[in-house]
Design a protein around this ligand. Structure first.
Ligand code: NAD
Ligand code: TYD
Length: 344
């Protein structure tokens, strides 16, 4: 990228968005980031605290991606040269409880952002960060993997909302020739993940001497990728991907949930007694697996962080950042916006 690039990053205060901003600014992938985030329960401004004092390189806008006035104001005020769209409701269990916010943010938010990017001068490229869950569920005993041409078969309200958003992005390309890219990535792990998802929840419980709830028989398989490997793939797609294309991102690292929890129990010095089997998630997808050949061959992207090393580093990060975890657990993190920007 050239020296004067402003990237609009939605959902930048969340898990993957904040890791992306940290890499983009510290490794100078762009010259400036404009972060747009509603700061829902999952948005944590502490994740971006190191940048809030650098107005030349970083601006934070608290706002809803589904609100056209807010989004138009951000485009007019900051004139981004690219849009990286992470903002979403992202937790399957919450989508089972109440799908409404998922439709609002994931579907309407994506539609609003697409329209604003298309209408902006130069119609900047928009990369939509999506999930492998749109492809449905694979059998445990098959060697099949998800790839870009596989038909969609979303099975949770979360996956259905992401699939709807993906179709809107594809439609913008076919109807308007809009410059868009979709990435469908597998499960991420790493620092700054909200402890409602399996890995940070397990680490938090293990460090606090509590037990980890494992859904059903614990044999469901997820294909884990370190968040930094995912962020580097997003950058590669943004800079070198072909317009209108979809790229499946994964690190070819399938793990049964029970194996992940056992590994975490070992890393935290806890034993089998720290594991508690609980009632299964309704409609629990059995197995996800990504074939990342297209991203590898077309973009030269490769995941770099080996699972064992990445998992041990992740446990170390949560151990060393107990105040971050405590601020999230107690809800204290919700005060960061007022502390940094003043109550409004
Ligand atoms: P997250 O839940 O940690 O963060 C989501 C962020 O979006 C939060 O900061 C939240 O405040 C913000 N947000 C929510 N609603 C908003 C709205 N209406 N307007 C503006 N901001 C809003 O999610 P994550 O795990 O970082 O996931 C980021 C993206 O990556 C999502 O689109 C998700 O579908 C996708 N994805 C996640 C994973 C994963 O394993 N976490 C895997 C593949 C794809
Ligand atoms: P999760 O982190 O919620 O991601 P996703 O459902 O989007 O894949 O869950 C990962 C796997 O772990 C999934 O199979 C559900 C399971 N799980 C548990 O067994 N216990 C838990 O407490 C959680 C949150 C998830």
């Amino acid at each position: 990228m050239s020296a004067s690039t402003t990237w609009l990053v939605t959902g930048a205060a969340g898990f993957i968005g904040s890791n992306f901003v940290r890499l983009a600014l510290s490794e100078r992938w762009c010259s400036r980031v404009v972060a747009l985030d509603a700061l829902t329960y999952a948005g944590n401004l502490e994740n971006l605290a190191q940048w809030t004092g650098e107005p030349d390189r970083f601006a934070f806008v608290r706002g809803d991606v589904a609100d056209p006035n807010t989004v138009d104001r951000v485009f007019a005020g900051h004139k981004p040269s690219a849009v990286i769209h992470f903002a979403a409701e992202s937790h399957v269990d919450r989508s089972i409880e109440d799908p409404a916010p998922f439709i609002h943010t994931n579907v309407t938010g994506t539609q609003v952002l697409l329209g604003a990017a298309r209408a902006a001068p130069g119609s900047p490229r928009m990369l939509h960060v999506s999930t492998d869950e749109v492809y449905g569920s694979l059998a445990l005993d098959s060697t099949e993997r998800f790839h870009e041409d596989r038909p969609y078969d979303p099975r949770s309200p979360y996956a259905a909302s992401k699939a709807a958003a993906d179709f809107l992005v594809r439609a913008a390309f076919h109807t308007h020739g809009q410059d868009v890219i979709i990435t469908n990535c597998s499960n991420n792990y790493g620092p700054y993940q909200f402890p409602e998802k399996l890995i940070p929840l397990a680490i938090m419980n293990l460090l606090r001497g509590e037990r980890v709830p494992v859904y059903g028989d614990g044999l469901n398989v997820r294909d884990w990728i370190h968040v930094e490997d995912h962020c580097r793939a997003v950058r590669a797609c943004l800079e070198h991907g072909r317009s209108g294309e979809t790229y499946c991102i994964g690190a070819e690292n399938e793990q049964a949930n029970i194996a992940v929890v056992r590994a975490l129990a070992e890393l935290t010095g806890r034993g089998e007694s720290a594991i508690r089997y609980v009632r299964d998630r309704p409609g629990h997808d059995r197995r996800y697996a990504i074939d990342p050949a297209k991203a590898r061959h077309e973009l030269g992207w490769e995941p770099c962080i080996p699972w064992k090393e990445g998992l041990a580093d992740t446990v170390r990060w949560y151990r060393e950042n107990t105040s971050w975890l405590e601020n999230v657990r107690t809800g204290e993190f919700l005060n960061f916006y007022d502390r940094l920007y003043g109550a409004q």
